[in-house]
Design a protein around this ligand. Structure first.
Ligand code: ZN
Length: 136
């Protein structure tokens, strides 16, 4: 449901892999003072959203060890898992990525934790950063 006025690509959220939401939440919520916002769980992860201005911080705790976040934690430990950019036209951006040989994890958009259409790009094509694209 995007309107036609271009707003420009912006950082929608940072996804941070954590082994325990309860252990990490007090730092972001109480010490840094980021208000919590409800988000749906997705991709085998429990997700807490925190509002940081126009962007969110998403804390991602694995539900199962074989989920994407569970595997990331096992391999790399806690830390930044992905950066999500909101774009004006997700389908056009994905088409541009494809045309330029960017490796797509999701060839077609699906519904993410904020209920918006999203698609992931492979870190191999993006300087080692897992990138999620989202509709506004
Ligand atoms: Zn995300």
């Amino acid at each position: 449901m995007s309107d036609s006025t271009p707003r420009g690509t912006r950082i929608a959220h940072l996804g941070i892999a954590v082994s325990s939401l309860e252990g990490v939440l007090p730092f972001y919520r109480d010490i840094l003072g980021l208000p919590e916002t409800p988000l749906d769980d997705a991709d085998g992860a429990r997700i807490v959203g925190l509002v940081a201005g126009e962007s969110l911080v998403e804390l991602l705790e694995p539900d199962q060890s074989d989920s994407p976040i569970g595997k990331f934690l096992a391999k790399r430990g806690p830390g930044i898992h992905h950066v999500c950019f909101a774009v004006d036209d997700l389908d056009a951006t994905l088409a541009r990525c494809k045309a330029h040989g960017v490796q797509l994890i999701d060839a077609t958009p699906r519904i993410g934790a904020e209920g918006k259409r999203i698609a992931f790009l492979h870190p191999r094509s993006t300087a080692g950063v897992l990138i999620e694209l989202s509709e506004y």
